[in-house]
Design a protein around this ligand. Structure first.
Ligand SMILES: Nc1nc2c(ncn2[C@@H]2O[C@H](COP(=O)(O)OP(=O)(O)OP(=O)(O)O)[C@@H](O)[C@H]2O)c(=O)[nH]1
Length: 296
């Protein structure tokens, strides 16, 4: 693990030194948004801190941690469908061993949202009996899936306890910075429970280049801010360090073996239909293999 960390640092240094100028990680609107989030946090009964399941440490906003850890908090590792399940489970064990309520999610999956709502109910059990209004705040770095999560929570909660309010939808988009203002969504009555969507915020200065490049690679920072070439070089260096070209070489080799036996390229589906096994793309593999060698 330590070897991989050192190698990751080396990859980020190489990518960074490739040039491209200084990086401004903190656009103007984030300072105002950070202040507004801190203000509202004082009123929140529960915080859902959304992090990216692929980079659960790098996607933490370190400046907010002292405030967040003093609140009732659920750590939601979102985009679990894009993460390596073995590594993600290791992180879940780690956070749970630190007595932190933690859950891995896919914001578009009803199963995930039902599990999250179960945990929210559990955390708010006592407050639900006492308070007429409760506030759940969703915070996290840009593009981590906060608004998608809120839309799913809103939809599922509304199907369980219909709220008379008009159903609003939070704006979701593939680029960071779509949500610019804090907005509330009512998900229950008696007590009234509101979920607050917040703009994604980063720390004003990212402490090390590797963290910055991981955030860029997973979409928390626009490609143009860091530079497409830097991001691509970092990715290719990581693939190289993890010996991905070697793995692909083996797959290519196996493909040649399949080609020698044409009967092997088909397999029976569960209903007896014959379906073609998905072929490994030879030219893509060779292209990335070559690109990795060039960045080394
Ligand atoms: N694969 C996958 N994509 C997701 C998931 N959750 C959200 N997304 C996608 O991630 C992108 C960003 O989602 P948003 O909900 O807009 O993210 P946000 O955190 O509100 O972004 P900001 O407005 O920058 O704060 C969208 O393209 C979503 O469809 C998930 O669990 N898995």
């Amino acid at each position: 693990m330590r070897g991989l960390t050192r190698a990751g640092k080396r990859a980020s240094e190489m990518a960074f030194n490739a040039g491209g100028g200084a990086i401004n990680w903190f656009p103007g609107h984030m300072a105002a948004a950070s202040r507004a989030i801190r203000d509202r946090l004082k009123l929140a009964d529960l915080v859902i801190e959304v992090r990216d399941a692929r980079i659960p440490l790098s996607s933490a906003n370190e400046d907010l941690q002292p405030v967040l850890s003093a609140k009732r908090r659920i750590l939601a590792l979102n985009k679990k469908d894009l993460a390596n399940p073995n590594i993600m489970n290791m992180w879940l064990d780690h956070f749970q061993s630190c007595k932190q309520d933690c859950i891995s999610l896919n914001a578009h999956s009803s199963n995930s949202i039902n599990q999250l709502l179960g945990l929210v109910e559990l955390k708010l059990r006592e407050a639900i009996l006492k308070e007429p209004t409760l506030l759940v705040m969703v915070v996290g770095v840009p593009n981590v899936g906060k608004s998608a999560l809120i839309n799913s929570i809103h939809r599922i909660a509304n199907s369980r306890f219909p709220v008379n309010d008009k159903m609003k939808r939070a704006r979701v988009g593939p680029l960071p910075g779509v949500t610019q203002d804090i907005a509330g969504y009512k998900i229950a009555s008696q007590p009234s429970i509101y979920v607050l969507d917040t703009p994604g915020v980063l720390v004003p200065s990212i402490p090390d280049m590797e963290t910055g490049l991981k955030l860029a690679l997973t979409g928390a920072v626009k490609d143009s801010v860091v530079g497409e070439e830097r991001i691509a070089k970092y990715l290719l260096s990581l693939l190289n360090i993890r010996k991905t070209p070697l793995h692909w070489e083996r797959l290519l080799h196996r493909r040649e073996e399949f080609d020698e036996d044409p009967d092997d390229s088909c397999e029976k589906g569960s209903r007896g239909s014959v379906r073609r096994r998905q072929r490994f793309n030879n030219s893509d593999a060779l292209y990335v293999q070559l690109a990795c060698q060039l960045t080394w």
